[in-house]
Design a protein around this ligand. Structure first.
Ligand SMILES: [Ca+2]
Ligand SMILES: [Ca+2]
Length: 186
């Protein structure tokens, strides 16, 4: 079976193109999103609702942010797409307070999840990770565990891992984990 692939047309966020069906979607709201996985290897595309408000029935709240922990296991890119589709972004943890808030919640959940995706990536071909919204800037707070990051050329993505008390670690972007979407409460 052909693996479904979706790409945004360069410099034009008002269209999405599905290589499987050779269809192009027009989206006046500005962005197309990946929809539910309907069959192994296939994805569909859908319109993102304009100015989507987060579907946050069970969201955590801290200061001006809402957080939704999603237990579905996704690759890092799928997690980024899912959060964006819901009107938010994959979580970027900027302060010690925010990190302790999230870690306390993750530790108390006890779902057996081995980790949760965060929105860090190793830009600049060096030894540290950056938040995707600020690729050129050091993270203002560093929550990485002892000995991490430890594989700057193969493990380019960031997750909070259960076996190191949900401190952060670099790991391969194709791994599948639950994830946390962050929404602005404003
Ligand atoms: Ca880096
Ligand atoms: Ca690592």
């Amino acid at each position: 079976m052909k693996i479904g692939r979706i790409k945004e047309i360069e410099n034009d966020s008002s269209h999405c193109y599905s290589e499987d069906t050779s269809t192009c979607l027009l989206d006046q709201s500005g962005s197309c999103c990946i929809d539910t996985l309907i069959e192994i290897g296939w994805r569909t595309i859908k319109k993102q609702t304009a100015n989507a408000s987060p579907t946050c029935t069970n969201c955590l709240v801290l200061d001006r942010s809402l957080y939704k922990i999603v237990d579905d296991e996704k690759t890092r890119q799928e997690a980024v797409d899912e959060c964006k589709c819901q009107g938010g972004k994959l979580i970027e943890i900027k302060t010690k307070k925010e990190n302790e808030f999230i870690l306390t919640e993750l530790k108390s959940r006890n779902t057996g999840a081995l980790g949760y995706w965060l929105c860090g990536y190793n830009f600049n071909n060096d030894f540290d990770l950056e938040w995707i919204s600020n690729p050129g800037q050091d993270m203002p707070f560093d929550g990485t565990g002892v000995g991490e990051p430890n594989n700057p050329f193969l493990e380019l993505c960031l997750a909070a891992l259960e076996d190191i008390d949900f401190n952060w670690a670099d790991l391969t972007c194709g791994a599948v984990f639950p994830y946390i979407c962050e929404f602005s409460a404003d």
